[in-house]
Design a protein. Structure first.
Length: 273
């Protein structure tokens, strides 16, 4: 699906199927939100019973997003963001974190979930100095994403490409690595790729079984990659320290009460030379 978010007063009716689970809504449920349906809670509970760490990973991912955005604005000098697969609005969305650090930041969100579309206006509140936009598009169509983003972002200046927990929904048969490369190829030098996704480096067989059971269900299948397969998304880019690490280990905020234990999710941030 591609196309701009309709102007106020002309929004298309959301095409929401409440009989089918959707990852964005399940993620909202794991985060303690309210934008989900019974089917999302049921499937989410079933998965978390098999893999309890998923709720912890969901919450770690929100803290990670804030740390990455602050790093890109404060240290890397990035003031434009393309957030693909943004999910449902929650606390500290990309534009909120970025515009607190630099009110002139411009942010384009991309998703193809109809419930996200229904809530998209919550993502369009910007500082007067900056801008936000929402594009309904699919990660599998990078050309459409770039064309739509160019209406808000200046693609001659560095952009932070945010792919937070979404690349696992692309299979290798779909050319997952090539899709990410196409997005980065369209961005200028000095742009950054920020990416995290689920892997199986801690739990082992129990996670494999839980993921296989989920993938047999009605939801969108998710592909757990190896550490090497995940790291390959950064080929040709310069990884920022500390490189590819588990979510809580990427530039953690000091907190002596929170042990930094590895989880089954890796992340990295890398600069395009």
């Amino acid at each position: 699906m591609t196309g701009d978010f309709p102007p106020t007063g002309r929004a298309r009716p959301p095409r929401i199927d409440t009989s089918m689970p959707h990852t964005a809504r399940m993620w909202n449920y794991w985060l303690g939100g309210k934008d989900y349906y019974d089917i999302d809670r049921e499937v989410g509970d079933h998965f978390s019973q098999s893999f309890p760490d998923i709720v912890h990973i969901a919450r770690l991912s929100r803290h990670l997003l804030a740390r990455i955005v602050r790093y890109l604005v404060d240290e890397a000098g990035v003031s434009q963001f393309l957030d693909v697969g943004t999910g449902l609005p929650t606390v500290d969305n990309t534009h909120e974190v970025a515009q607190r650090a630099d009110p002139s930041c411009r942010v384009v969100y991309v998703d193809n979930d109809p419930l996200v579309l229904a809530h998209a206006r919550a993502l369009l509140v910007s500082t007067p100095e900056g801008a936000t936009d929402y594009v309904e598009a699919d990660l599998r169509d990078p050309g459409a994403i770039i064309a739509a983003a160019a209406r808000t972002l200046d693609l001659t200046r560095p952009v932070g490409l945010m792919l937070m927990g979404v690349v696992g929904f692309l299979s290798d048969d779909e050319g997952a690595h090539a899709i990410v490369a196409r997005l980065m190829d369209a961005l200028p030098p000095g742009s950054h790729l920020a990416l995290w996704d689920g892997v199986n480096v801690v739990t082992g067989e129990a996670l494999d079984q839980a993921q296989e059971a989920y993938n047999r269900g009605p939801g969108a299948p998710y592909n757990l990659r190896t550490r090497e397969e995940f790291t390959a998304f950064f080929d040709g880019l310069r990884l920022a320290p500390p490189g590819v690490v588990s979510l809580p280990l990427w530039r953690p905020d000091p907190d002596p009460l929170s042990p930094l234990a590895e989880v089954d999710a890796l992340c990295g941030v890398a600069r395009k030379p």
